[in-house]
Design a protein around this ligand. Structure first.
Ligand SMILES: Cc1ncc(COP(=O)(O)O)c(C=O)c1O
Length: 404
């Protein structure tokens, strides 16, 4: 195999910033207003402005900024009154946070297998998982690819279930013309360092209902009421407020987002056309009905027998050796130690879940287990590269078929 490609391949580093981020951050420091305060007593203005700007971008009625994407999910669940004795259906193929946020509320996550082509929750498998205890579904738009939201909402309405969209990967994605996060009761976002919109850490919840927005706000700001007295704590709440530093950086990043988003889309389309011509490679398929895709990661599935029996770890090793940035894909949740060996909350009954011990057997989650074993993924900065770099990836993957 030719490793000459090594010297040629140069990918952009992430995050990308300029004087604007530095100016916004410095302004916060110089202002002396290092926290956002609360409604009725604003201190810094960046958090409040970011909430408005992000709501506008995501075409949402309300946005509540919090300090990460995990607590964004937890805040939405708590505001929807999900808790002890409740079950929440979650995709099995996601970062642990989509399920650990459920565990944090004392509810029980139930894992749903994925669709082989789109890699997101297979909506046809949801009904079988519904029991008398099911209260909500968390739809994870993995890699920015939307879950089939119209079909999912039909099921949710039929069984009277709440829906939270975990949009941690899906800033800017649209399904059937509507931005993700606006289909269900609430949409949650992460702005952690690897995300396409980042403040290092950060999160947000968007929603349509003013009543729900007020509850989410209250839970994430110590049980305060919008415009109420700061030491009046109406309900149980905690402190998940976003900091002014995070919001300052996020406001500068949001200005850069549309250009980067457009380039990622153009490059993803180009790369997909090239890679789909390689026998033995299949790129994640946008869910039918997708009208815009956020492309947080770029997953590909390979057939080992078409690559001389190459294993996934060998595939990754070769890409890394060639200097192509890669991203480890998520181990399916049913197989994580915390679920398989049930190392979770004290006093909660997990015995009716569809995971733990032998229930975590891969045969019970056949699609995700197969996909996990035979797929690799690239981080989104690969999609910010130029055409020559993308061509090099294609050439390199083709060359992997010839040698082992
Ligand atoms: C699908 C998904 N949901 C939730 C989260 C949690 O976000 P955070 O890391 O900001 O807490 C992540 C983070 O990577 C994620 O990938």
């Amino acid at each position: 195999m030719s490793f000459k490609l090594n010297e040629k391949i140069k990918f952009p580093k992430w995050p990308i910033y300029d004087e604007n981020e530095i100016k916004y951050l410095t302004d916060v420091i110089k202002s002396g207003k290092w926290w956002c305060g609360f409604p009725g007593m604003h201190e810094g203005e960046h958090v409040w402005s970011f909430q408005e700007e992000f709501a506008k971008f995501q075409e949402a009625s309300h946005c509540i900024a919090v300090f990460n994407g995990t607590v964004a999910i937890e805040s939405a669940l708590m505001a929807l009154d999900i808790g002890l004795g409740d079950e929440v259906i979650v995709s099995d193929y996601t970062f642990v946070a989509s399920a650990s946020a459920v565990v944090a509320t004392n509810a029980v996550p139930i894992f749903c297998d994925i669709d082989r082509e789109t890699l997101v929750m297979d909506v046809n498998k949801i009904e079988n998982l519904i029991t008398k205890n099911t209260k909500a579904i968390i739809a994870v738009h993995l890699a920015g690819n939307p879950v089939e939201m119209d079909a999912l909402m039909e099921i949710a309405n039929k069984f009277n279930l709440h829906v939270i969209e975990d949009c941690a990967h899906a800033h800017g994605s649209r399904y059937k013309g509507k931005r993700v996060g606006n289909w269900g009761d609430a949409g949650t976002f992460s702005f952690q360092a690897s995300k396409v919109l980042t403040g290092g850490e950060g999160g947000a919840v968007i929603c349509k209902s003013k009543d729900l927005a007020d509850k989410i706000y209250s839970y994430s700001d110590c049980g305060r009421i919008i415009n109420g007295y700061g030491y009046k704590h109406d309900t149980y709440g905690t402190n998940y407020r976003m900091s002014e530093y995070q919001a300052a950086v996020l406001r500068a990043q949001l200005q850069k987002f549309p250009t980067q988003h457009e380039l990622r889309n153009k490059n993803a389309n180009y790369l997909t056309k090239q890679l789909n011509q390689i026998d033995g490679i299949k790129v994640m398929k946008p869910t039918p009905g997708t009208t815009e895709l956020g492309w947080y990661i770029y997953p590909i599935v390979f057939e080992p027998e078409k690559f001389n029996g190459l294993t996934k770890s060998q595939f990754y090793k070769k890409l890394k050796y060639a200097g192509i940035p890669t991203d480890d894909n998520y181990p399916p949740l049913h197989n994580l130690d915390c679920f398989k060996n049930i190392k979770l909350r004290k006093g909660i009954n997990y015995s009716n879940s569809n995971w733990g011990g032998t229930k975590s057997d891969n045969n019970n989650f056949p699609v995700v287990s197969d996909i996990y074993d035979n797929s690799v993924e690239f981080p989104h900065e690969v999609l910010l590269a130029n055409k020559d770099e993308l061509d090099n990836i294609v050439k390199f993957i083709k060359s992997m078929k010839e040698t082992n």
